[in-house]
Structures are given as C-alpha cells and as structure tokens.
Design a binder for this molecule. Structure first.
Ligand SMILES: [Zn+2]
Length: 277
C-alpha cells in the first residue's frame, strides 16, 4: 500500500515536470524559439532560473507567484497546467493499474500519457489563442489510431469481434467529426472553428462511437452551462473584472473535458453502451 502511494506521488511529480515542459512548449509554439533550447528564464527580466526555481508547482508556492529577480508576477497558468498534467498522469496509471499490485498495461499507458500531454497543450493553446494548431490535432489523431492498433493486437478474442470493433472505432472519428464540420461550414466558422472537428476526429478514434458521442454531448452541455454563467456574470462586474458578453468562448477545452469525463469515469450519457458489447 505504501509502495503504491509513493509510486503515485512519483507519477504526479513526473507529470508536473512534463507539465512545466508543456508550459514552455505552448508559450514558444510558432514563435520560432526552440522549446528545448537553453534553460527557462523570466520573461520580464531575462533572469535564468535556478534548479529550485524550475521545480514545478512547489517553486510557484515558495516564491509566492513572483520572480526572484524582478518581483514580476508569474502567471497562474504555470502551476495550474503542471498540477493538471500531474493529476492526469496519475489518472492514466490508476485506470490501467491491474489488480495485482503495480501491474500496468504499458502500451496503453504510453499512448494515453502522450495523449494527455497533447490535450493539455491543445486546451491551453485554444484558451490563449482561440485556435488549435494542426500539429497538435494530428498528433492526437495518430495516437488514436495507434490506440486502435494496440486494441487490435491486445484483443486476442474471436476474429470477427476484433474486426467489428476495429471498423466501429475507425468509423467513429469521421462520424463524430462530421456534424461539427457541418456547423463550421454552415456558420462559416463563426460558431465553431475548423480545429474542433479535427479534434473530435482524434477523440472518436480514442473512445469509439458510443463513448465518443457521449464526450461530444458532454462538451456541448458543459459549454452551454459555461456560456450561461458568462452571460449572467456579464451583467455584473465581478472582482473588478468586467466580463464581456461578446467574448468568444473556445470550444476545445469543453471537448477535452468531455473526453476526460468519459475516459476516467465511463460516463455514457445516452446509455447506448449496450449497442456494442
Ligand atoms: Zn524576472
């Protein structure tokens, strides 16, 4: 038991380290600066960060969110992205932990860890820039296809079942992406960007038709709830912050939230799971 707790703490720390790398990656994506070049530095005063200042989450708390060189505020994005990545990594290991102590299905874990990191990047990028880079959705799509391949090789069952499973999962991506593509087409990109159907392509390949649909529905629901909250808040000035009712809401974070809810908690909103067993 204690071994497991220590193991999951280590997984969390590993996740936060990957998360701090993702922060830098998203920040420098499409800026021409290599994400791996040199050590991280303060964007205000250019001070190079020491080993302690590079430690995820903890450094932010110890420095009270300020740079040691110039006292400028460090964005909340850093510890939040680091913690979320850590939690997602723990979640992936928990989901695939076998019954016998610390046994894990290594292929699935590897695919899902990279997928989680990609999803974190997509969410942060969409929130910051209101656009989803093609490179990230292509990565997710390829991982989804890898996952179907892993299913194919690891499912040593009846051949016909394997085939049905494979075809349904392959079809799920385009099937679920198509309605969102139509929304993009009809609204000429005003209601939805083209990045959203591309993202759903990968989500469909990962979750299959039933659970993928569940994830998309959850995305619309949570997105609608968020929209209503924004509309209500726009009537008030909240914490001195004026929220504009016209604010364009990025949809990718809700699609990702839907994906995570379905993946970690097996939420099947339409209860259609019986169709494919
Ligand atoms: Zn500084």
């Amino acid at each position: 038991m204690t071994t497991e707790i220590i193991f999951y703490i280590l997984v969390f720390i590993f996740g936060t380290i990957i998360g701090s790398f993702l922060n830098v990656l998203v920040l420098r994506y499409n800026t021409g600066v290599s994400a791996t070049k040199g050590r991280s530095f303060c964007f205000s005063c250019g001070k190079k960060l020491g080993p302690l200042e590079l430690f995820p989450v903890l450094s932010f708390i110890l420095q009270r969110g300020k740079c040691r060189g110039c006292q400028s505020k460090i964005s909340w994005q850093y510890p939040v992205v680091e913690s979320i990545t850590g939690l997602l990594f723990v979640g992936v290991f928990l989901k695939y932990s076998g019954l016998i102590g610390l046994y894990f299905d290594s292929w699935y874990i590897l695919i899902y860890l990279v997928a989680m990191a990609t999803l974190v990047c997509i969410a942060v990028y969409d929130i910051k820039h209101k656009i989803i880079p093609d490179g990230l959705v292509i990565t997710l799509g390829l991982l989804g296809l890898f996952k179907i391949m892993a299913d194919f090789f690891l499912m040593a069952g009846v051949p016909t079942e394997i085939k049905t499973h494979l075809i349904w999962y392959l079809a799920a991506g385009p099937m679920l992406a198509f309605p969102l593509f139509l929304i993009w087409l009809v609204s000429r990109g005003r209601w939805m960007g083209l990045g959203d159907p591309k993202l759903v392509l990968g989500i469909g390949w990962f979750l299959g038709p039933i659970m993928g649909l569940s994830a998309v529905i959850l995305a619309f629901w949570t997105g609608a709830i968020y929209g209503v909250i924004l509309m209500v808040l726009s009537k008030f000035s909240w914490h001195g912050l004026k929220i504009n009712g016209q604010t364009e809401v990025p949809f990718a974070p809700f699609l990702i939230l839907g994906f995570l809810l379905v993946f970690f908690f097996n939420i099947d909103v339409l209860n259609l799971g019986f169709l494919i067993q």
